[in-house]
Write a protein that binds this ligand. Structure first.
Ligand SMILES: NC(=O)C1=CN([C@@H]2O[C@H](COP(=O)(O)OP(=O)(O)OC[C@H]3O[C@@H](n4cnc5c(N)ncnc54)[C@H](OP(=O)(O)O)[C@@H]3O)[C@@H](O)[C@H]2O)C=CC1
Ligand SMILES: O=C(CO)[C@H](O)[C@H](O)COP(=O)(O)O
Length: 552
């Protein structure tokens, strides 16, 4: 649609072109211009392109275009086009439109929140046309896009070699000066990492909301007073962007009513899809991202209007939380929040590891933690410790991504060579061991029957157990237990806190009731089970004399 026309841009003057002058695209274009890059700008509604020029044209060199053909003509060859539009079919449409004007060797970067499987497909299709495609996760919201986002590009080495320096120039910088942008791996890897980033974001936000809800109920504090609590917490090991902005949100007063804004906002959380995708994919991989899942379901519950209306009839049958020492309760909630946040990040990194093996992506997890230290929504002080845990493990095993990956492949090979000769202590899926089905429990075994957990030989199989976090989290567990117990008694929903504690207790348990489940499965479906004391798979003849026989 052309409602305004610009003078035809002089050809080949812009270093990069940005399509989409919405919240993110306009700010990324300005960020690029502020860093000395000449930026071609285009938006389907030309008035938005005009607005960027009118309001920010003095920030650098912008080359506006009202037509895609002029936009592409304004770019130096080989061309680089950054697309920042709505994810999904609209992104396909925009790629299809701009592709018409591009030539082999040109590069398209999709910086939207695209589903990683779309990115894998698009990269393949565009490669066949001779174009290079970069699926770049971008985080940081409007402020980050303008002042320095965290950028997670997935692409070939060739594409990164071409666009990496430009992306690094506009990315946030960590305290040590490192750019919060790194080449994640090939095709959909960047969007995968961004998807899990958003899953962690969901968990983090839900945990903070639960902490707020508990303190508000237990201590009968007003939002402004709670803003001070969060401000104080932001000077502790909880220091993070989301804690910081929580204080700002709680402090906001509604101009119309004079009430705290949080009290007049409808309590139905929206979602655009990334949290849901994270959980869906984790289910396929068999990775228990319970904190992220509960956070996603909590948003769904908040928006389940008919159920919530009908639920108003339900009795609470709860006890009021008797608070003797407000400071002690506040400190308990702070510690519960810290432990649960670590669980969420730990689960998210496990998922990225499992996906890396599944998709053959060489992902350096320490580098992922490092580029999340600034610029992104989940930036948090403890990401330095997460980076150190993965970097330390990589050093011990010899190198970074390659070894994380090689270790798992070695384990895959071991499983197939060992066949039935592995005990369930090694987390090997019984059915693959029995040879009845093709699935294995190692990462990389996304088959119908891959029912087990993703074990493998991840050098940091449990971030929670890495030394720094083990000590820091153990310090907080008694508080988390008290908080979850008190919340249950008081009838306050804390699904993410409760799930985090259950995960902690689950992974530390010497023995789980999964043994009973295996017995039940064998009883009704002859699914067989492994034993703790000898290799092989077994079946009990439950309906006959109860004799145990080796599985055939
Ligand atoms: N907002 C955020 O915090 C973040 C967003 N993202 C992702 O970045 C991308 C852009 O988000 P954001 O800037 O917030 O979104 P906006 O809604 O602000 O902008 C969307 C852009 O898409 C354009 N668009 C819509 N429909 C079409 C179409 N049919 N053809 C061409 N262009 C179209 C819009 O143009 P017009 O207005 O003229 O219709 C607009 O420029 C999304 O994928 C989003 O998920 C990523 C990180 C953070
Ligand atoms: O990517 C983002 C932040 O990192 C976007 O803000 C995204 O829209 C957040 O997800 P949702 O809208 O589902 O809460």
């Amino acid at each position: 649609m052309t409602d305004i026309s610009f003078a035809a841009p002089s050809p080949t003057t812009a270093d990069i072109g940005v399509i989409g002058m919405g919240v993110m695209g306009s700010r990324l274009a300005r960020n690029l211009a502020r860093h000395g890059h000449a930026v071609g700008i285009y938006n389907v509604t030309t008035a938005k392109t005009q607005a960027v020029l009118d309001e920010h044209g003095d920030e650098g060199t912008f080359v506006p275009a009202a037509e895609l053909a002029d936009f592409v003509a304004s770019l130096t060859r080989p061309r680089v086009v950054l697309i920042m539009v709505v994810a999904g079919p609209i992104t396909d449409e925009v790629i299809g439109n701009v592709k018409e004007f591009l030539e082999p060797g040109d590069i398209i970067i999709d910086g939207g929140n695209s589903l990683y499987t779309d990115t894998i497909r698009r990269e393949k299709e565009l490669r066949e046309d001779g174009l290079l495609f970069v699926g770049a996760g971008v985080s940081g919201g409007a402020e980050g896009a303008l002042h320095g986002p965290s950028i997670m590009p997935g692409c070939s080495d060739e594409a990164y070699g071409r666009v990496g320096p430009m992306l690094e120039s506009i990315a946030a910088k960590a305290d040590d000066g490192e750019a919060c942008c790194t080449h994640i791996s090939t095709d959909g890897s960047g969007h995968y990492v961004k998807m899990v980033h958003n899953g962690i974001e969901y968990a983090d936000m839900q945990l903070i909301a639960e902490a707020y809800s508990l303190l508000r109920g237990a201590l009968e504090l007003e939002p402004a007073a709670l803003a001070e609590v969060f401000r104080a917490w932001n000077t502790t090991e909880l220091e993070s962007y989301l804690i910081e902005i929580t204080a700002e949100v709680l402090d906001q007063v509604d101009a119309e009513t004079g009430k705290p804004l949080v009290d007049v906002i409808l309590d139905q959380a929206g979602q655009k899809g990334t949290g849901r995708w994270t959980v869906q994919d984790a289910l396929d991989l068999g990775v228990p991202v319970t904190g992220i899942a509960e956070a996603t379901f909590a948003r769904a519950l908040s928006s389940s209007v008919p159920q919530r209306e009908a639920g108003q009839e339900l009795a609470a049958l709860a006890e009021a939380w008797q608070v003797d020492d407000a400071d002690a309760v506040t400190e308990d909630v702070r510690k519960a929040l810290y432990a649960s946040k670590v669980v969420a990040y730990s689960q998210g990194f496990d998922q990225i590891y499992a996906a890396a093996v599944e998709y053959d992506w060489q992902i350096d997890l320490a580098a992922v933690a490092k580029i999340w230290r600034e610029g992104c929504i989940i930036r948090a002080a403890f990401l330095d410790e997460i980076a150190a845990a993965y970097a330390g493990a990589a050093k011990r095993t010899g190198n970074q991504a390659a070894d994380l990956h090689g270790a798992a492949e070695a384990n895959d090979a071991k499983v197939s060579r060992d066949g039935a000769g592995t005990t369930n202590e090694a987390s090997v899926d019984d059915e693959s061991a029995a040879g009845e089905h093709s699935g294995t429990s190692t990462p990389g075994a996304r088959t119908e029957d891959a029912e087990g957990s993703s074990g493998g030989e991840n050098p940091v199989p449990l971030l929670l157990a890495a030394r720094h976090f083990r000590e820091a989290v153990e310090e907080c567990i008694p508080a988390l237990r008290r908080v979850v117990a008190q919340a249950a008694l008081a009838g306050v929903p804390v699904p993410a806190f409760a799930a985090s504690l259950a995960y902690y207790d689950g992974v530390r348990a010497k023995r789980l009731p999964a043994a009973l489940i295996q017995g039940q499965r064998d009883f009704f479906g002859s699914h067989t089970y492994a034993r703790i004391d000898k290799p092989g798979m077994f079946h009990t003849q439950w309906a006959e004399d109860g004799t145990e026989v080796p599985a055939s």
